[in-house]
Write a protein that binds this ligand. Structure first.
Ligand SMILES: Cc1ncc(COP(=O)(O)O)c(C=O)c1O
Length: 310
């Protein structure tokens, strides 16, 4: 217990291949295909303690993306959506969690070690643990300092960017290591064309002259579920949202406001890019309005179809 990472302290069980097992027993073989070749797909989901009780935010959409990601790699998930939903709800209940982060993962397990994974069994796991603000509480309030990464996002002609695949996160890891190593909180990654793609684990929004822009799906981004939620919230708040934008690096520097969205990062303001102050160098008014609407919705659980109660 004592040598566990702090974030996993208190986690009792993990669901693995259909069984609830003790945290310490959630193990895989060294010759697991996904460990060598990155052949796994996963999700990051949050359960929030809403006014109506604990509820998983946009569970159906996350499950849909998990199965879509799996389809790309011929990963035949041996559990139905209903079984995974039941297992997740039971896990949260057994762990006694009101709000938490949920990590579903499906991957090619221990089998012959060739590149073709078709002889390897598909394994599936679910873990849940309490997780606060990903980039810190201060980040949500005052914004983060980010740098453009020297690492480019891989193109969707090389690896599908709409699939959330374990192996491809080495790109995000490199960007994150570089940014934090240079004293920044997070990176922004450009695509092969040199335009803005996204953050290592976030989508990006820009505000200019009262309108909102976010990079389009053809810019080599993950189609974030928080991105979709924020587009809906912003439009309902009365903003014009351009959700198919191509954004150049220079436009970031001169933006009125910038913010990240993501399950982990939620709605996080960006206060500088490459040491260039954005707007007033703190959370801008549009970001504040969208962020407030987002957290209000999560608190009240008002939009029923976005919540799966535990
Ligand atoms: C590369 C990348 N882009 C964007 C996102 C945001 O997606 P979502 O809002 O679905 O969490 C994530 C997080 O999963 C991500 O890893």
């Amino acid at each position: 217990m004592s040598d566990r990472p702090e974030m996993f302290e208190g986690v009792e069980e993990i669901w693995l291949d259909g069984e609830f097992v003790d945290f310490e027993d959630a193990q895989v073989h060294l010759l697991t295909h996904a460990l060598h070749y990155g052949t796994g797909v996963f999700e990051g989901v949050r359960c929030y303690d809403t006014d109506n009780g604990p509820a998983i935010f946009r569970w159906e959409e996350h499950l849909e993306r998990l199965f879509d990601s799996a389809k790309v790699y011929d990963i035949d998930i041996p559990f139905s959506r209903e079984e995974l939903t039941e297992a997740t709800v039971e896990l949260i209940d057994r762990e006694g969690l009101a709000s938490c982060y949920i990590r579903p993962i499906a991957f090619y397990g221990y089998g012959p070690l060739g590149l073709n994974p078709s002889e390897s069994p598909v394994q599936v796991g679910l873990a849940a643990w309490p997780w606060g603000a990903y980039l810190g509480e201060d980040a949500l309030e005052n914004g983060v300092d980010v740098a453009i990464s020297s690492w480019r996002k891989y193109s969707s002609s090389q690896i599908p960017t709409n699939a959330k695949t374990t192996g491809t996160y080495v790109n995000s890891v490199l960007a994150s290591l570089e940014a934090t190593g240079n004293g920044y909180t997070e990176a922004i990654v450009l695509n092969k064309e040199g335009n803005v793609a996204e953050g290592p684990g976030e989508n990006l929004f820009l505000v200019r002259d009262g309108e909102i822009f976010t990079t389009g799906l053809a810019e080599s981004i993950l189609d974030g579920i928080t991105r979709q939620s924020v587009i809906t919230i912003a439009e309902e708040t009365g903003y014009t949202v351009h959700d198919d934008a191509t954004i150049s690096r220079g436009e970031l520097y001169t933006a009125d406001e910038l913010f990240f969205t993501g399950t982990a990062a939620e709605v996080t303001p960006i206060r500088s890019v490459d040491d260039n102050q954005i707007g007033q160098g703190t959370k801008g008014p549009v970001t504040d309005e969208i962020q407030t609407a987002f957290f209000d919705l999560i608190e009240t659980g008002d939009r029923e179809e976005w919540f799966r109660y535990v």
